[in-house]
Ligand binder design. Structure first.
Ligand SMILES: *Cc1c(COP(=O)(O)O)cnc(C)c1O
Length: 376
């Protein structure tokens, strides 16, 4: 065995681009324009080009991106926003924080994403938006979601925090990137995300110029012009150091995605015949950028497999062990165990394997051999 295996390997990723990164950091330090330096607008423009999004507004993190999106659409107390309980809590938290009510629909057991069949039933006269999550790097089925939203005149906000660079194909062949499909798309540059900075960071995408202006103002205390406040906003900025780092990492994003897809390909080849495991399915309408490579472990053996791997020096993670509707903080919504059986079952079965841009063939071989030879 060579280097220890980790869930993510930001150290070796950094070392490969160290000269460029160090120079960019030095440049910002010398400029002392730590907030709103020219690197920020430059990065927004580069991300617009990369994602083919008309407007990119950077902000402090992915959670703020979701908050700003909800505020920009005028959503608040008395309103309902439909999302899924099988997600990172920030999706639900943002809805609750602005005073709206999170309304859940279950996810599909194969794609892990929003079950579109259940959408119509969840819509009420109070529904203002649908907030699908592109979990683990694969898009939710956006075309039917957009159709239903249009029929009911409600907005669509994408939680694309795990799916930067993922591509969705419509039935007419049109291809759009995650985050650029709905009214507003939100992403995160948390260090372990597929495009991660060296601290917190996020961005909001939209194709509508009025929404873009509003989102930009909302992230600056609701102000388009200094000391003039048109909206109640938040203070949420991508700092210049992070923008400079992201500009460099964005140039490598295609290669990072390919590395993840290659690691996933190795897992598919080596593990597809293993009894008791279900490998992640790849839906026809979306590419998969493998923010996570997430297995389903059958017969209540997930925790035992996790323990076994850990003893063999292989980390693994459960994303996520408890669905949002059963979290103590969200008990007030009145949901109960059994309300979203697929999400609840997934919380008992899912296990994410090491997935990052620096996995070596030796490491992948060791991980897969260990799983194949696991006596469970
Ligand atoms: C990471 C993540 C967020 C929040 O992003 P932060 O930058 O950590 O605030 C929101 N939703 C999902 C699905 C995420 O994975």
């Amino acid at each position: 065995m060579t280097a220890p295996i980790t869930m993510v390997d930001l150290q070796n990723q950094y070392l490969r681009i160290k000269p460029e990164i160090d120079a960019a950091i030095q440049r910002v330090l010398h400029s002392t324009a730590f907030i709103q330096g020219k690197e920020v607008a430059n990065f927004e423009e580069k991300l617009e080009q990369f994602t083919s999004s008309k407007y990119v507004i950077s902000c402090g993190n992915g959670t703020d991106a979701l908050l700003a999106a909800l505020i920009a659409l005028g959503i608040g107390p008395g309103d309902e926003v439909i999302t899924v309980p099988f997600t990172f809590i920030a999706t639900v938290e943002a809805i609750a924080l602005i005073g709206a009510k999170p309304v859940f629909v279950d996810v599909c057991e194969d794609s892990f994403n929003m079950n579109v069949q259940q959408l119509e039933n969840a819509i009420t006269p109070k529904t203002r938006a649908i907030l699908p999550v592109h979990l683990y790097g694969q898009c939710a089925d956006m075309e039917p979601i957009l159709k239903i939203a249009k029929q009911h005149d409600i907005r669509v906000i994408e939680d694309a925090c795990q799916a930067i660079g993922t591509k969705y194909t419509f039935s007419d062949g049109t291809v759009k990137q995650a985050g650029t499909i709905g009214d507003i798309g939100c992403t995160s540059f948390f260090p372990s995300k597929n495009l991660g900075c060296y601290g917190d960071g996020g961005a909001i995408m939209t194709q509508n110029s009025d929404l873009a202006d509003k989102l930009r103002a909302i992230c600056r205390h609701g102000s388009a012009q200094k000391y003039h406040h048109d909206y109640i906003g938040i203070n949420s900025r991508l700092d210049t150091l992070q923008a400079a780092i992201l500009d460099i990492k964005l140039k490598h994003l295609d290669e990072y995605i390919t590395n993840r897809q290659n690691a996933a390909e190795y897992y598919y080849k080596a593990l597809s015949a293993v009894k008791g495991l279900a490998l992640p399915i790849r839906v026809p309408y979306s590419t998969h950028t493998f923010h996570q490579f997430t297995l389903k472990v059958k017969d209540s053996k997930r925790d035992a497999l996790k323990q076994y791997l850990s003893e063999k020096g292989i980390p693994s993670m459960v994303y996520y062990p408890i669905p949002a509707h059963l979290q103590p903080a969200y008990r007030y919504l009145g949901y109960q165990e059994g309300d979203f059986p697929v999400s609840e079952q997934l919380c008992k079965e899912v296990l994410s394997l090491p997935m990052h841009t620096e996995l070596t063939e030796d490491q992948l071989q060791y991980i897969c051999e260990t799983i194949v030879n696991c006596p469970l």
